[in-house]
Ligand binder design. Sequence first.
Ligand SMILES: Nc1ncnc2c1ncn2[C@@H]1O[C@H](COP(=O)(O)OP(=O)(O)OP(=O)(O)O)[C@@H](O)[C@H]1O
Ligand SMILES: [Mg+2]
Length: 306
Amino acid sequence: MKNGTAKTGTFIAIANMKGGVGKTTTVVSLAEALAADDLATSVLVVDLDPQASASLCLAGDDLLADLIEGGRTLQDFLELRLFEHDQKRSLLEFVRSHLSLTTHRGQQLNISLLPCGPKLRLFEREIIYAYTKKGHSMNGIEGVLWTMFKAYFRPLRETYDYIIFDCPPGISPFTEVAIRSSDLVIIPTIPDEISNFGLNAFCESLWRSEVGSTLPRPPKPFVLPTRVQQNVKQHVQMLSRFEVEAAASDSAYRLIRTRIPQAAALASALVLDGHPTFTQKYGPAIVPVLDALTQEIKEMCHAGRD
Ligand SMILES: Nc1ncnc2c1ncn2[C@@H]1O[C@H](COP(=O)(O)OP(=O)(O)OP(=O)(O)O)[C@@H](O)[C@H]1O
Ligand SMILES: [Mg+2]
C-alpha cells in the first residue's frame, strides 16, 4: 500500500473501562514499535484521556504545558469548531508533528501527537449540556459526535499510516465514538480475576448490549494480555481462560498471541529521558516482544483490508 505518499490510515483504539491496565503504555510503545519497524511509517497518537498521560509521555512536561497554555490541544480545536463556529481551522493545525525523541538506525521516529489537557473532561460535559439544551437526546448527541468524528478525523487517514487513540478508563462519549469508528480495537488486560471481570463488563456494555446506541457496532475487539507475570499462577490460569473464551463460536473478543510482560523497561519507557535509541529504551527483553506485537497488528490490519 505504501508507495511513499499513499497512507494506510488505520484507526486503532486502545481502550479498557478498567484503569491502570497498561493502555497508555501500549499506545506509546506500539506507536514507537510501528514507527521503528518501518522508518517510512507515520503514526499519530490522539490523546482522548483528560489525564493527558500519552501527551505527557510523548511531549514532556514543558512542551505539554506550552501546548495547553497556547490553546493547541484537541479540546481547543473542538471548542473553536463547535462553539465558536470557526470553520477555517483544521485538525492538522493542532497536531504536533515529529516530536518523538526516540531514534532508530540514526533516524527520529515519525510520531506525531494530537494532545489533550485536563479540560477535555469538562469540555465533554459542556457538549452534552449544550446539545441537551438544544433538545437533543443522548442518542442525538452521540450522533453529533459521530458526525464530528467523521468530518474531522477521517481525513487524517490520508496523512498517517496509523492513528492510535489513547482512551481514558471508563466509557466517555469520545471513547465510545472512537471505538465505534476504529478499524481495530485493542483491550489491554491484566490476566487476573478482577481485570477479567472488568473485561466482561466492558464487552457487555459496548459489544453485546442491544439497547442504547444508534451508532454502528464496533469491530470485535482483541484482548492484549498486559503486565503478565508467568510466575503468578492466577495469571497463567487466566491466560488459559482467555484462550478458551476467544476460541468459542460466540466469543466476545479475540486474543492477541503476544503477551506483554510486567517489566521495569516498560514502566520507565513512559518517562522521557534524553534521546534514546528504540533498542536502548526498551532493552533486549522487550524489543522482541514489541516486534512480535507489531507483526501481529500489521497482519490484523492487512486481514481487515482484504
Ligand atoms: N508491562 C508493564 N510492566 C511494568 N509496569 C507497567 C506495565 N504496563 C504498565 N505499567 C505501569 O502501570 C501503570 C499504569 O500504566 P498505564 O498508565 O499505561 O495504564 P492505563 O491503563 O493507561 O491507566 P489509566 O487507566 O489511568 O489511563 C504505570 O505506572 C505504568 O508504568
Ligand atoms: Mg492511560
